[in-house]
Design a binder for this molecule. Structure first.
Ligand code: NAP
Length: 289
């Protein structure tokens, strides 16, 4: 079997176009423009690129982006003040705190994330939203797992009763994946670095979500024929080339569906940020569907 590629670039384009159409419809009704505020502290070049890309997709879809640039030596109080100001600004729908923060504030990241109003938490990292997700209540969901679910939809196969094995249990990927897959009535096993005999589990899986951050970790002998394999990993090889957690060539000979790295989950993460901004807008303005 040769796997069909689930094209993240194409699906993310579709999501961005959908958001653009919804924002245009709001404008046609004379409603205000949704707005995403991004806080960038310090001068990490990778963070600056991520933020620029987020601003570009906002501009494409008609979502206003507001930039709060703070110096690398910003104090805890100053950052708290900016979050408070944005929480209280009725024109702001979503607040994104670009991570990592400068070294001196890094250990406080969870505290700052918790200070963002849950109804403006476009990253879906607030404990209240994590709790709401676990309860099956509407909430912004962390963009990467949200994007994985959108890619799984593209396969057009029901997840009901399927065995999904998630490799990795981070708060931002593995754990929300568990909740989202459960909502679709999959049977889910979440694995981690202490899991024994992982390959025995993955070999039974109808769906494998690889999110551990180890290049080419998922090999063909770990995958059953016809499985759906989603590669979340972003790793760099010795030449600086980006690779995923899945040994793509051999695994794509066995799987039914597979994502590539790059061009799979990565483009979805940014597209789902737009979806979350619209969800927060809807919470502020009333239902927009
Ligand atoms: P993380 O916080 O480092 O978590 C990695 C997880 O993998 C941990 O739960 C760890 O287990 C588990 N793990 C490590 N070695 C393992 C092994 N040998 N067998 C089974 N599980 C193992 O990473 P993350 O933030 O979730 O990210 C995972 C990967 O996805 C990274 O490559 C990251 O760059 C990528 N990523 C991509 C996107 C995107 O937009 N495409 C977004 C986010 C992350 P323990 O808990 O036991 O340590």
């Amino acid at each position: 079997m040769t796997a069909r590629i689930i094209d993240g670039k194409q699906v993310s384009r579709k999501v961005k176009e959908e958001v653009k159409a919804r924002v245009a419809a709001l404008a046609a009704e004379g409603r205000r423009q949704p707005c995403l505020a991004v806080i960038l502290a310090g001068d990490d070049p990778a963070s600056a690129i991520y933020v620029r890309n987020k601003q570009k997709v906002c501009a494409f879809s008609g979502i206003q982006s507001m930039m709060k640039r703070l110096p690398a030596d910003v104090s805890e109080t100053e950052l708290q003040e900016v979050i408070k100001e944005l929480n209280e600004d009725p024109a702001v729908d979503g607040i994104l705190l670009q991570l990592p923060l400068p070294e001196a504030l890094r250990s406080l990241e969870p505290t700052f994330l918790e200070q963002i109003s849950p109804d403006k938490d476009v990253d879906g990292f607030h404990p209240i939203n994590i709790g709401r997700l676990a309860l099956g209540l509407p909430a912004p969901v962390a963009c990467t797992p949200f994007g994985v679910m959108r890619l799984l939809e593209e396969c057009g196969e029901s997840l009901e009763g399927k065995l999904a094995v998630v490799i990795g249990r981070s708060h931002t990927v593995g754990k929300p994946m568990l909740q989202l897959l459960l909502q679709k009535n999959a049977t889910v096993i979440v694995t981690h670095s202490r899991t024994k005999d992982l390959a025995t589990l993955t070999r039974q899986a109808d769906v494998i979500i690889a999110a551990l951050g180890k290049a080419h970790f998922v090999t063909a002998d770990m995958v059953k024929d016809g499985a759906i394999v989603i590669d979340v990993g972003i790793n760099r090889d010795e030449d600086g080339k980006v690779t995923g957690d899945v040994d793509f060539g051999p695994v794509s000979e066995k799987a039914a569906y597979i994502t590539t790295v790059p061009g799979g989950v990565g483009p979805m993460t940014i597209a789902m940020l737009l979806e979350n901004t619209l969800l927060c807008y809807a919470m502020h303005e009333g239902n927009i569907e």
